[in-house]
Write a protein of this length. Structure first.
Length: 364
């Protein structure tokens, strides 16, 4: 087994990235970000294109200097330290393999630069190729391997140098859906085996939820929310986070009353009940999030009324679009085999448990 160096924590303190564009002027890619990555943790930067996640990763790596703030790795200020002196491994989106070198040569390259002995290089490369499932592939060229195998080579090259920090920039985006699921499991297993501090960038929320200890959801160069996958899904703090991490219904409502620990919300004349914690005074306009799977459709007259607008059968589930209080909700019913079909035009009642209604801040 590779003798891994002790994991290093990462700290970003007020880090910003400002760029100048000839036509658009000043562009702020990252805005005053504070972030702590614990030793041995896998933290994912998640967000849409242009939110600043890759720029943040590049600043951690040393490929781009921040315009402001400081970056620490293992307590050492590396803000102005070049990438090759930061003790990191980096896995690129496009693999960045040398096409003229064998798989062995690609993986050995970093060790040769560090002037390891031939025997130690041979031992380390053979060991890491076995670790990533490529034992016996050393004499092949990159173009003789599949996309998934090339990604394993890129991963082997990053970890063979025994870095204290491992960075991934959208590493699975070039793979098909089935292979992505397989590879993300392998990456997570390897990270846990080596106990290496890892920062992972992706725009795929399912991928982030599957592999991460914590997720930093980024929006417009800032961290909108940092938490575990479960907390982000169950307790989003903004409409943006709720909509980006999973699917969500965002409703605009008015607080009708708050009494005895229960808040009554008015949604276009229909009433919803939710826990009163954090709900403002009567008359306040609020935004609430309800996950599609938290809503059940029942017979008319048993709860708040809605009208089915569309029905989509997807095998393991049925998705409905329903009009409720002047707004449209998505409702998901899983395992629908044998259920009576609820057709468009049907008047139904919605069963929405109070605990599944979440108050969120509106987007700016």
């Amino acid at each position: 087994m590779i003798e891994q160096a002790s994991p290093a924590g990462i700290r970003l303190q007020g880090v910003s990235a400002v760029m100048q564009d000839r036509n658009r002027g000043e562009i702020v890619a990252v805005r005053n970000v504070d972030l702590q990555v614990e030793p041995g943790e896998l933290l994912t930067l998640l967000g849409p294109s242009g939110c600043g996640k890759t720029t943040t990763l590049r600043m951690i790596a040393g490929f781009q200097e921040p315009s402001g703030g400081r970056i620490f790795i293992a307590g050492r200020d590396v803000t102005h330290v070049p990438a090759n002196a930061r003790d990191i491994g980096f896995v690129f989106q496009n693999y960045a393999l040398f096409p003229h070198l064998t798989i062995f040569g690609n993986v050995a390259y970093g060790l040769e630069v560090r002037q390891w002995s031939t025997a130690d290089i041979r031992r380390a490369v053979d060991e890491v190729l076995e670790l990533v499932g490529l034992a016996g592939f050393g004499e092949r060229l990159p173009n003789e391997l599949s996309g998934g195998q090339q990604q394993r080579v890129a991963l082997a090259r990053a970890i063979v140098i025994r870095p204290r920090v491992l960075l991934f920039d959208e590493p699975l985006s070039n793979l098909d859906a089935k292979l992505r699921v397989s590879m993300r499991g392998e990456i997570r297993h390897l990270q846990q085996t080596l106990k290496i501090t890892t920062v992972y960038v992706t725009h795929d929320q399912e991928e982030a939820m599957a592999i991460s200890d914590r997720i930093a959801v980024m929006e417009a160069g800032k961290i909108a929310q940092l938490d575990t996958a479960e907390a982000l899904y169950r307790r989003p703090t903004s409409a943006f986070v709720a909509g980006f991490v999973g699917r969500a219904n965002l409703l605009h409502a008015t607080v009708r009353s708050v009494a005895d620990g229960v808040a009554t919300l008015d949604v276009g004349g229909e009433m919803l009940l939710m826990p009163a914690d954090g709900v403002p005074a009567s008359g306040s306009a609020v935004n609430v999030v309800i996950r599609p799977e938290s809503i059940a459709i029942g017979k008319s007259g048993q709860g708040p009324a809605a009208v089915v607008q569309a029905r989509t059968y997807l095998g393991d589930k049925i998705e409905y679009e329903v009009a409720f209080g002047g707004q449209i909700l998505t409702v998901v019913r899983f395992n629908p085999a044998g259920d009576e079909a609820v057709l468009p035009g049907s008047v139904v009642s919605l069963d929405i448990p109070a605990a599944n209604i979440r108050l969120v801040a509106a987007d700016d």
